[in-house]
Design a protein around this ligand. Structure first.
Ligand SMILES: [Zn+2]
Ligand SMILES: [Zn+2]
Ligand SMILES: [Zn+2]
Ligand SMILES: [Zn+2]
Ligand SMILES: [Zn+2]
Ligand SMILES: [Zn+2]
Ligand SMILES: [Zn+2]
Length: 1765
């Protein structure tokens, strides 16, 4: 559809408008005129003008003109007054009770599992949030588009059909208000207006002339030769193909072609060229030519006259105008519907609406959208007219479906998709069945569209089918499902007849499927082409629930059931008639004979598709269930019944499965070999949960029907013959062919298994007296016997009914307990112990692997409980009377013969002729027989029990073959060594024999009181068994204990040895396994107790160092870390980070070319973080490793790299985390202060003195530089330092020592690492000599410490002693590196940086670029100054460094100065705070604070308010300074190695402050610092206060950062996921206004919602197109970010432009599972622990690591273009 129409609708057709010209309006108002003619005249005049510029329309202008010239006058006429006034009145009159909101693709819909009549009943998010279902078991789903909200439809909901918004009482005026109805005049007008409007729309939409208009629209003026070449959308041609064709055909630019293509996809058609007819015609041919190829039809192109195009466009505009009008009043809707449905009297022509429906497939996409929306807003909002519409729909159903099947658009754009809206409404469905015979209509449609797939036998054959076409046929099948979804409760005669008619028609389809796609076993050569079996399987899946529903409908009514049974039986018989030509043969065994026609599955064709037989089986169990089976003979005579024939085909199917298992079909290609690719096999689907109910299960039932109706011996002979095993039980063939023997053995196993199922599987309502619930329960028990399972896994393994329900929830709690998940993984259900007794090893839905897994699990469990390992079958429920004869196959002669033969073979040790599995099955059958006899004996007197299994099994025969009875064979079996594992089972059976024998004897001895007698026997039995069991258990337990002891002893010896020899390796591995256990710091363990725990100043404690011997993870060699040895390195990852930022709106510079990183802004907008996985290597080993990897990757060019070798990335060789550099490990230089020296120095070196010396030293340097010796030093103001007494060299007089000498390898690594920090941190090209390298070194050191401090605080861990191993060693190495790095740079450069840093701190130093106090982070200054300070000791070419004593003072004074500055920062930002509470704190600190404030007030000339109470200032300072003090303590600890006070190893608020002050040599009353240094500090204080930035902040003109800084968290997420979905539904793309599906994505750092994966929001960054997420991440997380895809409920981690991965969202359903893609749709709730884990992932800077790990394990996402996310 055209843009104009869309916009118009959005803006409101009746909203603000331009008044029409007066004459125009007058014309409309004339009562006498002919409306139709005037209307058309008006259109003829205006429409071509308005829509003249089709190629490049001015959409808004067009809309304005349409409003003014046509719509406004039209409305004035219609309403009889000004439309705005009319509307005002109308809107007070209440709203409709139906919501009717039409869903767009991707919108979330909600369904209630408790109240929805079927799963197609859905609510929109608004209605849902306001409905009672919000608290029910709801489901969320993503709409495909096209449906609408069912709020208000009483037939859709069992309860709560209305939300509070649509409830009658909700609107201001009552529903029956007369205002709601339109007055007669308006009705009259609309009866006059609507027909003309509708006729115009219909005429124009179905207009086929390309050159001419209808005469009434043709104006006499000259017709211009103005045409358009119009291209139409289809679903066959790809986007790229269309672009290519357009570029070629029209010679246009890529951009233009793209523009056209996007518009075509959206609107359905577009003019791509304007011009004369000939030119357009030529373009048309060109486009067709270029778009055609071997596999594809050409694109649909038409040449249309400009006027035709214009009128068609306006017709759509009128359509949306009507659509809007429909929402105003029910009267409008009714009048509209009446006109649409009106048929011309005496004409066969369809009414308007049918005309449009029939034309639907020929309309373009945009037109269809308008049409469908109009139907929704009119017909579907009025129940009565919906019914009439449905009648029309069904009337043309066949034609419509045929059109759809050959259509080239998706189903959402087809009018046939509306069927679900009508067919699922129960009353409507019933009406359509009764009146329109809809079931027959649908089945006949199917029969008419399917013939192209029929072969010569009138069976379907889908070889070489077209997937697209066939999937369109499925839509018809789905309609059948919709009609049947709600079973009628009341049956009329008419309904019964119509249904039966439909059923018979449906049987005709099944007849075409019965026996379709026959296959024949391939012998010799492999089959060439693998047949397509998936189409047939897909149809089977589609049909499954329909078959079940038909059976359910049939069973509603006894008469109906019997009649449909007769019809179905007839159909089966008709299909079974072939193959009768062969002569019958006779088969003898144990004195029984079977006459049958020869057939062999291994040689004759066989089909797996038997829907007729299976439907009959389904009807049969329903007959049995309802008892109607007693009347069956009235409908099907016994002669007709022919049970052998009914059994025949299902039996063949089961034999096929057996033969496939025996590998007899392997030459038929992959599809049948279930062993190779089980999911690709027909046989797999035959038994899979998606199909089995209407395939495998029904075949077993059919066999049970056979067993119940046939003579048992005959039945078994038939089975033996079909399994081609007749000979196997006759005599032993002396064959040597191992393959053949193996084949026989598998076939025997398979047959025994089926016999077990026939006798034992009774959990089907109708076969025994069980309920559906019992059945589900049993399924679940058997699933959980394999292992505990997640809710979703159980759901997937259970068949779904027509409402997509499995019935799981109603029973799961009876059989299982739920175990909650941890931080990862999912919740699982565990079977309750009392249900274990229900376990049946030969459960018929177990696959082979499930069977053996379950057996293993259960045996293991019994062993652990010290019980015997027998797993006998649980007693099965009794058969219903109709099936009671089935058990006779257990004790018939042939069965006895089979059992005896197999046992005999085992006993005689003919090893190749039997298998353990076979014997297991024999034992199972014996158990079933004995159980059956026992149960019968317990129920009725002995003489009435004719089931004589015991007797038969103990009877001795006369022939040689059965000379030994079963009981004797069992005794012998116990001694067979290969059957050791079955011993317990054999014992159990022998006990059963005993029990049955006693039951027989007892009851025959004393028939009176049989019941109690048997009770007693049972008691005795249990008693003796228990005793035996007890003794056995004791013995076994003892043996097990001894065994365990022995093993334990061996193990621990081994372990000791191992640890001994691999001591370090062992520790490393522990780390590598990610053991996060915090280690105690080695230092604190070894430190002496009396050591001073002060890090700074004269009382400095000693460095605690230990000899450090590390093992290289690559060569496993140990080496001590020394200054002079070859370097050892720690793998590390450097990354930019915004984890601490206080201001996310700050724009980050993407490239650091011009950045000066010396000063960090207090917002900490972006820092450089260095992390490590803590793994140590020799530098040389690492280099070799890295080079080898480079080589490796260069050779394998096609392999996409996970990591960027160019940028130094690699995976840690041990733990595989992503690294991009290494940190050299520099040993700590132990320092100890001689306390006497220190005391002596303390006498002289006051802060003032120290400052003077430093100043002198620096000015000395600048004097030198003035002489031109060193031109590098920056100019600085040197105010009043003129103490010439102090000399340039006096700094050296307090002690110096020579600088550390590093080995060349360490130096090399220092440079390498420093360069990486510089390159990554600034995003620049590496440059070893850049002057900013030292700055970046200090900066990453400071920033990393701040990150770790932040992390420890948020995790509530103590400052020291709780770091992970990797963090600890990383930080240690980083601090030592940062100190050593200085030696690899020119000292003059370091001095230059130092002087700039000191400019902030020293009273008499202020450079031009010295930032204001409020613009720097003090901790960064501290770290920089401390690390660069030794450069002042550099003396010409002699590299000296301060002695320990000198350092102690330097550190102390530098720290005190930064602390003073920081206090000042805090006080200034606190000044703008107003006290929230009152306190009478008059402590010393508060008083000091008060006096300090007074001073500050002076210096700021009153800007600093004096009214702030001292206690408040003190409070702010104490709280605000904490993070800084904690960082400083970490820094000095890792730099100097001085042990921290004990208090810092614990978490304690108060103790911590004191301990920090003591460790850092600070008075606890921090304001004393100002007091003590009064004279020195005052000038500084004055300078800080006079700073314009400070003053502006104090005046409240700007805002300073508050301390402590806020700790960043991921944004708060709502507890209920649907809140997020709600947000997403309201999301509008900021860049485009179309209503296309969007992918809203939530940034978890800042909460921004972005429009991802869409061209509209792509951003051009450095010449590259980046998606909204990628470009947002660059700013928000310096390239690294965490997003939540809201519609899919998936978390996405991304890094840079090329990397990303999915991560489980922190939302779980109540079963503890995530739901990526909202596939299951269960309600989801936020899991705080998981969200916290995600938060830590961010704060620990492990996102990159996680991405790399996930990409390594899950390579699927390589194809994804992260750049465009
Ligand atoms: Zn709604
Ligand atoms: Zn509602
Ligand atoms: Zn509900
Ligand atoms: Zn090594
Ligand atoms: Zn590692
Ligand atoms: Zn963000
Ligand atoms: Zn967008």
């Amino acid at each position: 559809m055209a843009d104009g129409a869309d916009r118009g609708r959005a803006a409101g057709a009746l909203g603000g408008r331009v008044p029409a010209q007066a004459p125009e309006r007058a014309m409309w108002c004339d009562e006498r005129f002919d409306f139709q003619a005037t209307f058309l005249q008006c259109l003829a005049k205006h429409v071509p003008n308005i829509y003249s510029a089709e190629m490049d329309p001015l959409v808004e202008k067009q809309e304005e003109m349409v409003q003014a010239a046509i719509l406004y006058p039209l409305e004035c006429y219609l309403f009889g007054e000004d439309p705005d006034v009319f509307l005002e009145k109308l809107q007070q009159s209440g709203t409709s009770q139906l919501c009717g909101k039409v869903f767009k693709g991707g919108e979330t819909t909600y369904s209630c599992r408790d109240c929805a009549v079927d799963p197609t009943c859905v609510l929109c998010i608004d209605c849902f949030q306001n409905s009672i279902h919000k608290n029910h078991r709801y489901k969320m789903h993503s709409s495909n588009g096209g449906g609408f909200c069912d709020c208000g439809d009483t037939e859709a909901w069992k309860a709560g059909p209305l939300c509070t918004k649509h409830e009658p009482g909700a609107s201001s005026s009552p529903k029956e208000n007369s205002e709601c109805q339109l007055n007669e005049e308006i009705m009259e007008h609309s009866r006059r207006v609507f027909p003309s409007v509708i006729k115009y729309i219909v005429d124009m939409l179905i207009w086929e002339e390309e050159k001419e208009l209808p005469v009434e629209l043709t104006i006499s003026r000259e017709k211009a030769d103005s045409y358009y070449c119009v291209l139409f959308n289809d679903e066959h041609h790809s986007y790229d193909h269309v672009i290519y064709s357009l570029q070629r055909a029209l010679g246009c630019e890529l951009g233009e072609a793209q523009l056209h293509t996007t518009a075509i996809d959206k609107e359905g058609r577009r003019a791509v060229k304007a011009g004369h007819y000939a030119a357009c015609q030529e373009a048309k041919e060109e486009i067709k030519r270029h778009s055609e190829n071997v596999s594809q039809r050409p694109l649909h192109v038409e040449v249309l006259h400009a006027d035709v195009m214009a009128h068609q466009k306006f017709a759509l505009r009128l359509g949306s105008w009507l659509n809007k009008l429909m929402s105003y009043s029910s009267d409008f809707r009714q009048i509209f519907c009446q006109i649409c449905l009106k048929e011309e009297a005496g004409s066969e022509k369809p009414c308007f609406i049918s005309k449009l429906m029939l034309w639907d497939a020929r309309l373009h996409k945009g037109a269809r959208k308008v049409l469908h929306e109009l139907i929704f807003s009119s017909f579907f909002m009025e129940m009565e007219y919906k019914k009439l519409f449905a009648v029309e729909f069904v009337k043309y159903y066949k034609a419509l479906q045929k059109e759809y099947i050959s259509d080239d658009h998706d189903r959402v754009f087809s009018v046939t998709a509306l069927s679900v809206q009508m067919f699922t409404v129960p009353t409507l469905a019933r009406h359509l069945i009764e009146e329109q015979n809809v079931i027959t209509t649908i089945t006949e449609t199917l029969l008419e569209v399917l013939p192209e797939y029929l072969d010569k036998n009138d069976k379907f054959n889908f070889q070489g089918y077209s997937q697209d076409k066939l999937s369109r046929v499925y839509a018809v099948i789905y309609d059948l499902r919709y009609v049947l979804v709600s079973k009628p409760t009341v049956w009329t005669d008419r309904l019964r007849e119509r249904f039966l008619e439909g059923f018979v028609s449906f049987l005709r389809i099944l007849t075409c499927m019965q026996g379709m796609e026959e296959i024949k076993r391939q012998i010799g050569q492999h089959i060439e082409v693998d047949p397509d079996w998936d189409a047939a399987i897909a149809i089977q899946m589609q049909l499954k629930n329909i078959l079940l529903m038909f059976q359910e409908w049939c069973a509603c009514d006894e008469e109906l059931l019997l009649r449909s049974y007769r019809e179905c039986h007839k159909a089966v018989m008709r299909c079974s008639s072939n193959g009768r030509s062969r002569e019958k043969t006779v088969f003898h065994l144990c004195g029984h004979t079977l006459e049958s026609r020869p057939y062999r599955v291994s040689a004759d064709p066989v089909s797996i598709h038997l829907p007729l037989s299976r439907t009959l089986a389904g009807l049969h169990v329903r007959l049995s269930k309802t008892g109607a089976i007693s009347r069956l003979h009235e409908f099907v005579s016994p002669e007709e019944f022919q049970v052998e024939l009914l059994v025949e085909y299902p039996l063949r199917c089961l034999v096929l499965v057996a033969q496939v298992a025996a590998e007899m079909w392997r030459r038929n290609g992959l599809s049948l070999i279930s062993q190779v690719l089980p999911t690709c096999s027909v046989v797999f689907y035959y038994q899979d949960v998606k199909c089995r109910e209407e395939m495998y299960d029904k075949d077993i039932i059919m066999l049970q029907i056979g067993a119940s109706l046939m003579d048992p011996n005959q039945f078994l002979l038939l089975v033996l013959q079909r399994y081609e095993l007749a000979d196997a039980f006759k005599k032993i063939k002396p064959t040597k062919d191992q393959d053949l023997i193996k084949q026989y053995n598998v076939l025997i196993e398979e047959m025994l298994q089926i016999l077990i199922y026939v006798v034992g599987e009774r959990y089907v309502p109708g076969i025994s007296n069980v309920t559906k619930e019992d059945v589900v329960m049993r399924e679940i028990i058997h699933l959980l016997c394999i292992e505990p399972m997640a809710h979703s896994a159980i759901t997937k393994s259970l068949p779904e009914n027509e409402n997509n329900e499995t019935g799981l929830e109603s029973v799961i709690d009876k059989v299982a307990t739920f175990k909650k998940p941890g931080v990862s993984g999912h919740g699982v259900y565990e079977l309750k112990d009392e249900c274990l007794k229900e376990f049946n090893m030969f459960f018929y839905h177990y696959s082979k692997t499930q069977h053996s897994k379950a057996e293993h699990t259960q045996k293991k469990r019994r062993k652990q409980e010290n019980r015997d390992e027998a797993l006998p079958p649980p007693p099965p429920p009794d058969f219903n009377p109709a099936f009671s004869n089935v058990v006779r196959i257990l004790n018939c002669d042939v069965m006895m013969h089979i059992l005896r033969t197999l046992l005999q073979r085992a006993v005689e040790l003919e090893t190749h002729l039997w298998t353990e599995a076979m014997i297991q099955m024999v034992l199972h059958l014996l158990s079933l027989g004995l159980l059956e006899e026992k149960q019968q004996l317990q129920k009725s007197p002995e003489e009435e029990v004719t089931f004589d299994f015991y007797h038969k099994a103990t009877r001795m025969g006369s022939s040689a073959l059965n000379a030994v009875n079963v009981l004797m064979l069992l005794e012998k079996l116990k001694r067979v060594p290969q059957l050791e594992a079955q011993k317990d089972t054999v014992n159990w059976i022998l006990q059963m024999f005993d029990m049955v024998k006693r039951l027989r004897e007892k009851s025959s001895l004393a028939t009176v009181g049989a019941a109690s007698g048997s009770e007693a026997t049972k008691g005795d039995e249990t008693q003796s068994t228990q005793d035996k069991e007890k003794a056995e258990r004791k013995r076994k337990a003892e043996a097990a204990r001894l065994h365990r002891q022995k093993i334990m002893a061996q193990m621990s010896a081994l372990q000791r040895n191992f640890i001994e020899t691999h001591k370090l390796l062992y520790e490393n591995t522990l780390e590598a396994q990610g053991k996060d256990d915090a280690i105690m710091e080695e230092e604190s363990i070894s430190s002496a107790i009396d050591c001073s725990r002060i890090a700074l100043g004269p009382k400095r404690g000693p460095s605690v160092t230990e000899k450090e011997v590390l093992t290289c993870i690559l060569c496993q060699e140990e080496q001590e870390v020394k200054l002079e040895s070859a370097a050892m390195v720690l793998s590390a990852c450097v990354q930019k980070s915004t984890a601490l930022t206080q201001n996310r709106s700050r724009i980050l510079e993407l490239s650091g070319d011009t950045l000066d990183p010396l000063f960090m802004h207090p917002d900490l907008p972006c820092g450089t973080h260095t992390g490590s996985c803590g793994h140590v290597m020799h530098a040389a080993c690492w280099q070799k490793y890295f080079e080898a990897m480079q080589l490796n990757f260069r050779q394998r060019l096609h392999v996409e790299q996970i990591f960027d070798l160019e940028n130094g990335e690699y995976l840690c060789p041990l733990c595989k985390s992503l690294c991009n550099t290494v940190i050299p490990i520099v040993p700590l230089q132990a320092q100890k202060i001689n306390s006497e020296d220190a005391e002596a120095v303390a006498q002289i070196l006051s802060l003032a003195r120290w400052l003077e010396i430093v100043t002198a030293r620096i000015s000395g340097y600048s004097v030198k530089s003035a002489k031109g010796e060193k031109p590098n030093l920056p100019p600085f103001t040197n105010e009043g330092t003129g103490n010439s007494a102090l000399e340039f060299h006096s700094i050296l007089s307090f002690g110096v020592q020579s600088s550390a000498k590093y080995s060349s390898s360490i130096k090399e690594m220092l440079i390498l690492f420093a360069t990486t920090i510089y390159r990554v941190g600034l995003k620049v090209a590496p440059n070893e000599s850049d002057s900013r390298i030292p700055m970046m070194t200090w900066s990453t050191c400071a920033f990393t410490i701040q990150c770790i401090e932040n992390l420890l605080e948020t995790e509530g861990k103590p400052l020291f002693g709780s770091l992970q191993n990797r963090q600890h060693s990383g930080l240690k190495a980083l601090a030592q590196f940062a100190a050593a790095q200085r030696t690899t740079s020119p000292q003059v450069l370091i001095q230059k940086h130092l002087i700039r840093l000191l400019g902030v701190l020293l009273p008499n130093f202020k450079g031009e670029d010295t930032p204001s106090l409020l613009e720097v982070d003090m901790f960064h200054i501290l770290v920089g100054a401390v690390l660069s300070f030794p450069s002042l000791y550099w003396e010409d070419a002699v590299d000296l460094q301060p002695s320990s004593v000198s350092s102690a003072y330097n550190h102390l004074y530098l720290f005190h100065l930064t602390t003073l500055a920081h206090i000042m920062q805090i006080v200034i930002s606190a000044a703008t705070e107003s006290p929230t509470a009152h306190s009478s704190d008059t402590s010393e600190e508060a008083q000091s604070a008060q006096s300090f404030c007074r001073e500050v007030c002076q210096y700021t000339s009153g800007c600093f308010s004096q009214d702030i109470p001292g206690w408040l200032v003190w409070d702010c300072v104490k709280k605000g300074i904490m993070p800084y003090l904690r960082c400083a303590a970490l820094f000095f600890h890792y730099l100097l190695g001085v042990s921290p006070p004990e208090e810092l190893l614990q978490v304690s608020e108060e103790g911590q402050f004191k301990a920090l002050c003591s460790y850092l040599s600070l008075p606890t009353n921090l304001f004393l610092l100002f007091h003590d240094y009064r004279d020195t500090v005052n000038p500084l204080l004055q300078r800080w206060c006079a700073d314009p930035v400070v003053l502006s902040c104090l005046k409240g003109k700007s805002i300073a950062i508050r301390y402590p800084r806020k700790r960043n968290h991921l944004i708060e997420l709502p507890e209920d996921y649907s809140c997020l979905l709600n947000q997403a539904s309201q999301f509008r793309c900021p860049r485009s206004s179309d209503d296309e599906q969007k992918h809203p994505v939530l940034c978890l750092f800042c909460g921004a919602i972005l429009c991802s994966q869409n061209t509209c929001c792509q951003e051009l960054v450095n010449g590259e197109e980046l998606g909204a997420c990628t470009s947002h991440a660059l700013q928000c997380g310096a390239g690294v970010c965490i997003f939540l895809k809201i519609r899919e409920c998936k978390v996405v981690l991304i890094e840079g432009k090329t990397r990303g991965c999915l991560y489980p969202a922190p939302y779980l359903d109540k079963y503890g599972e995530t739901d990526p893609g909202l596939k299951r749709g269960n309600p989801l709730h936020l899991c705080q622990e998981r969200y916290r884990k995600l938060h830590l992932l961010w704060q620990q800077h492990c996102i990159i690591e996680e991405i790399a790990r996930s990409q390594e394990t899950n390579q699927v996402f390589f194809g994804f273009n992260w750049q465009l996310l």
